[in-house]
Write a protein that binds this ligand. Structure first.
Ligand SMILES: [Zn+2]
Length: 635
């Protein structure tokens, strides 16, 4: 997942008549589960895979846009460890209406099974406990979701690019799969799945599975994901989708008005796949397609296997923001192939992926760009860590009693990537690349903990050379706050001239119009804006805006950085753009810092609330939960 940056695409989210609210799935008594009530490996799941493990799901749904529910069944194949005879299967659910549970032994008749739903915990949802016969191998749960399901967003036609048809998309990470599928919703449990999905006849359905670009559009779709994946990677989208190919194994799905632009923006995807394969080993998932979602998608991208979900805010027109696609593609190795076993091990997904992302960018777009992005990433990390308590600065945090969504910060991404950079710097690229490739082969299709990683690291890299290992104090990296002393920081030669231009303008040695920015990339612009004083005088802001039309930029990352500076500087001419930006997309990477910057002053807070009142109905429930806290939304 990428929670970072945006380019406005002029879609207004307002006017959604019946958008859902997020409060329902999070209501109910706040029961903190006792350790005995949860799996010993994952504090965010009630599931009991040690006793009975779900290994496969057959899913069957009607997609009801009128009621905003999925209705159908999940038929789960279960296995007991050798010699196990358990009769109690425990699943995760959140706000599901379960009407019937049945069990069978393969081939035999279905019989009703007694079940109970525990009172909901506000983070974890409700444990569903089913009593099944000792020899049962399949469990079928008949159920419906609710309109407020935290993992589903139902968009009305005005919230889409085409404006004629509704749209549905899922977001299961971290623990939202349970709001639309009753499962052992832990990344330590991998399953294969098949799905049969019925939609209105004129809409197309796609999943994190075997999407056929030539599938006839008839409202009746079958999918299969034959490789075992964790539940947070199950994904579905339904809308007026069209497909444009990029290569034989890759292409773009998007709403019709967006698909051609998206295919141009992501034209380098095949090059990225090839670069990744030369570095990390074969791409093991057959197709790699990208689905561009409507602008309320709360993340930069989500690495749903075979079908990355992406924000339209990446469509800058110049491929300058495609590092997010490199990132999601890199998850095909780190995350989807070798998966964090719990959300405390999230850095194994995100830190390793951020490192791989920059290696792919380096191969396809050159070291200059990759290093600028690494420097900007380090700036993001240092800025965020300055506001985090020490316990949230560690790579491997204790998340008991916490929502994993709240704990997802740049620490997992950028500090994790720095850790891998350190290993690369100390052991040399050739040796480290061989290690990484071996790591992906060794743990392919497994879910592992930080301890598993460290054991493998010792056995396959560190222990062979204790002198070098002394330069990588592993426990300092994984268990302690701050960035360890001795960390090799990325440095970009390209950015010094940008700082010099900023300084010379600030010193009055040249007017804004004479700043040598003609050939600046997005990354150079971001560095320039970050180099300016906070606040910058309104007169200087106006001069800059006149010279470069920053308030009118169509690049989401530059817009975000400019608006942050505008808020701090009370530069009022940018406020209409601020409102337009915040009401036209729902990407948390931009919402969070902009609302946080606004609420620092009383006038800013009033402005934040006025904008949020209009924007909130169009935001995704995950974003609503975030922004509600920032602005102190009543209720
Ligand atoms: Zn990611």
């Amino acid at each position: 997942m990428r929670h970072g940056r945006f380019a406005a695409i002029g879609l207004i989210l307002l006017g959604a008549a019946a958008c859902r609210r997020a409060e329902s799935p999070r209501s109910g008594p706040a029961l903190t589960p006792t350790p005995a009530a949860t799996s010993s490996r994952d504090v965010h799941s009630y599931g009991n895979p040690e006793e009975i493990r779900v290994t496969h799901a057959d899913l069957d749904w009607d997609v009801d846009f009128d009621r905003k529910v999925l209705r159908g069944s999940a038929t789960l194949t279960v296995k007991r460890p050798v010699g196990g005879r358990s009769t109690g299967l425990v699943l995760d659910t959140r706000a599901l209406d379960v009407s019937k549970v049945e069990a069978s032994r393969e081939g035999s008749a279905w019989t009703n099974s007694p079940f109970s739903l525990a009172p909901p915990d506000k983070i974890l949802g409700s444990a569903l406990t089913v009593t099944i016969p000792e020899d049962a191998t399949q469990v079928r749960i008949t159920y419906a979701t609710r309109p407020e399901a935290s993992g589903l967003q139902w968009l009305d036609p005005p919230q889409t690019a085409g404006r004629k048809n509704p749209f549905l998309f899922t977001q299961s990470q971290a623990i939202h799969a349970r709001s639309w599928i009753p499962l052992q919703d832990s990344p330590s449990v991998r399953i294969t799945y098949r799905a049969h999905v019925r939609t209105p006849r004129n809409l197309m359905a796609v999943m994190s599975a075997d999407n056929d670009p030539n599938e006839p559009r008839d409202g009746d779709y079958d999918f299969e994901m034959p490789q075992p994946i964790p539940s947070y990677l199950i994904a579905l989208a339904v809308g007026d989708l069209a497909f444009a190919p990029i290569s034989l194994r890759s292409g773009v799905w998007a709403e019709r008005p967006v698909v051609a632009k998206a295919a141009r923006e992501f034209a380098d995807v095949e090059k990225m796949i090839r670069a990744a394969e030369t570095l990390f080993g074969p791409y093991r998932w057959e197709r790699y397609d990208v689905l561009v979602l409507p602008p309320s998608f709360p993340f930069g991208g989500m690495e749903n296997p075979r079908l990355t979900f992406a924000t339209p805010t990446l469509l800058a027109g110049d491929k300058s923001l495609v590092a997010v696609i490199a990132h999601e593609l890199a998850h095909s190795w780190a995350g989807n192939l070798v998966t964090n076993a719990t959300w405390s091990d999230f850095w194994l997904n995100e830190g390793v992926t951020t490192y791989l992302e920059r290696r792919i960018v380096e191969q396809v777009y050159g070291a200059r760009r990759a290093e600028m992005e690494a420097v900007l990433g380090l700036q993001d990390l240092e800025k965020e860590m300055a506001g985090l308590p020490p316990k949230d600065q560690v790579l491997h945090p204790d998340l008991r009693g916490r929502d994993p969504d709240d704990a997802a910060t740049d620490v997992a991404y950028e500090k994790g990537a720095l850790f891998l950079r350190q290993l690369e710097a100390v052991y040399g690229r050739d040796r480290f690349d061989r290690f990484l490739r071996g790591y992906f082969d060794h743990f392919a299709f497994q879910s592992i903990t930080t301890d598993d990683f460290i054991r493998y690291l010792h056995a396959n890299l560190l222990d062979a050379d204790p002198k070098l290992a002394a330069q990588v104090p592993v426990a300092d990296w994984t268990e302690k706050p701050e960035i360890p002393a001795g960390a090799r920081r990325p440095v970009s030669d390209a950015l010094a001239p940008v700082e010099a231009e900023a300084q010379s303008w600030l010193d009055g040695k040249k007017p804004a119009a004479a700043i040598a920015a003609k050939n600046w990339s997005t990354q150079e612009w971001l560095h320039f804006l970050r180099a300016l004083p906070n606040p910058t005088s309104p007169a200087k802001m106006e001069e800059l805006d006149r010279a470069f039309h920053l308030s009118a930029s169509g690049n989401s990352e530059i817009t975000n950085e400019w608006l942050l500076l505008a808020i701090a500087s009370h530069y009022e001419p940018a406020y209409p753009r601020l409102e337009e930006f915040l009401t036209s997309m729902g990407r948390q990477k931009f919402l969070k810092p902009l609302y946080e910057a606004l609420v620092r002053t009383p006038e800013g807070r009033a402005r934040a609330l006025a904008i949020y009142r209009k924007a909130r109905p169009g935001y995704h429930p995950i974003a609503v939960a975030t922004v509600d806290k920032i602005v102190g939304w009543p209720g």
